[in-house]
Design a protein around this ligand. Structure first.
Ligand code: BTN
Length: 280
């Protein structure tokens, strides 16, 4: 069992672990940035972009032991003020048309799911991009696209939060959140989990860039398990009961309402009631 007290992020351990796996063609020492405390790793990544620290096309990784203002989707905050989880942002450029990029975020959820599988944890992706185990959230992904004035190629910041060694959660989230520790009753080495996450991420990104985008999006759609199901969702503060007919290539939900009308729900601003279809 891993002693949690000594489990801090370490560049040396990360490089060592990857070298042992003979897979270190992916990551270079100079591209890993580890902080003790940050507002948000996504914010730091934006700062790097402004300061033009990401000159090369290589992936940069920003990690923090703690985040004071971790950000989630839809303006939510992401509880990450202790060092028990993995708070990571991947910063990279994507030389492809912007309208194709919103779906890049699906590689985040697939990456987390594959990483958890390595630790014998079966998870489910909740549309669009949360990762749940037994109905509780273990990971969230916040992907942001930044277009700097002079540059035609957009930069992507993919922030991944993964609950690893939390043995308890604050009351307001204790019913909806879980961690690897809670599921397995043992502490995990964050450096090792990060390496596994990184290797999976690099693999999915490679596939995405080299033209297997459709395959990746299809496997994400399949994992969601909502096509053909009736479920409840909230959009612009209204609750809708819908049948999901399809998921469009940009991630939007193509649905039939109770009155027979067809309506498309965007990823931004729509939230699914997970229990409304999981129980069936
Ligand atoms: C969500 O579920 O709403 C997304 C949560 C994303 C959290 C991660 S933690 C690392 C990165 N930095 C942030 O401020 N947010 C993301």
């Amino acid at each position: 069992m891993k002693k949690e007290s000594r489990n801090l992020l370490s560049k040396r351990k990360i490089i060592e672990y990857l070298n042992n796996k003979r897979k270190n063609k992916y990551i270079k020492d100079k591209n890993i940035f580890i902080y003790d405390k940050l507002d948000s790793t996504n914010n730091k990544a934006k700062e790097y972009l402004q300061k033009k620290i990401n000159k090369s096309s290589e992936i940069k990784i920003i990690l923090a032991e703690k985040q004071k203002k971790g950000r989630g989707r839809r303006g939510n905050n992401w509880v990450s003020y202790n060092q028990k989880g993995l708070w990571a942002s991947f910063l990279f450029d994507l030389d492809m048309p912007r309208e194709k990029i919103p779906q890049i975020t699906v590689i985040g959820a697939l990456t987390v799911q594959k990483t958890l599988k390595k630790y014998n944890i079966d998870s489910q992706i909740k549309w669009p991009n949360d990762v749940l185990v037994n109905g509780k959230k273990i990971s969230g992904i916040l992907t942001e696209m930044v277009i700097t004035d002079k540059k035609a190629v957009p930069s992507i910041i993919m922030g991944i939060g993964l609950n690893i060694n939390q043995n308890y959660f604050a009351e307001n989230i204790s019913k909806t959140a879980t961690s690897m520790y809670k599921l397995k009753g043992t502490f995990f080495d964050k450096n090792e989990v990060f390496c596994e996450l990184y290797l999976n991420f690099a693999e999915f990104l490679d596939q995405y860039i080299s033209g297997s985008r459709k395959k990746i999006i299809d496997s994400w759609k399949k994992e969601l398990k909502i096509i053909g199901k009736q479920l409840e969702l909230k959009y612009e503060s209204k609750v809708f009961k819908v049948w999901v007919l399809d998921i469009l290539d940009n991630g939007e939900l193509y649905c039939k309402l109770e009155n027979g009308q067809i309506k498309i729900f965007p990823t931004a601003g729509t939230s699914l009631n997970f229990t409304s279809y999981k129980s069936r």
